[in-house]
Design a protein around this ligand. Sequence first.
Ligand code: 4NP
Length: 160
Amino acid sequence: MPVIAPIQSILFVCLGNICRSPLAEAAMRDAAVKAGLDLKIDSAGTGDWHIGHPPDRRAKAAALQYGGIDISGYKARQVRRSDFHEFDLICALDSHNLSDLRSMAGANPARISLLLDHLPGWEGQSVADPYYGEDDDFAACWHQVKAASDSIAQQLVKNR
Ligand code: 4NP
């Protein structure tokens, strides 16, 4: 799915905002810097259980090990109504997050998509929730969100 310019801000949304979406935020920040893109990037959760919490320790370890990125300062927050006005593109990590976001968004859901819709060959697929999984599941999650973020950055550079 092509990312239609102009995109100046991207929000990544999962359930808890402690595993998948902070990894996507970190990967996208890194991809944007490397591509010379000036983007506002954030992440949030549809749920409220982890508001104010740092990322899961396994997510922090994966970001550091595979991306060389320290995400220990990130703090979880919940999606809010203003996000639908403040962000040009909202990327849901899975199909449940996508339908929750579409319900919340009301009249203007046009720029809400699955994150993997932006990775050629992975359209329509969800990033699996690694919360009840193992370190390997966090590694797989990192590599998926990294590939998708790189793909978004490439498309934004192409459309610049
Ligand atoms: P995330 O993972 O949505 O990728 O942050 C989860 C984190 C916490 C829970 C579920 C998923 N939880 O049930 O608390």
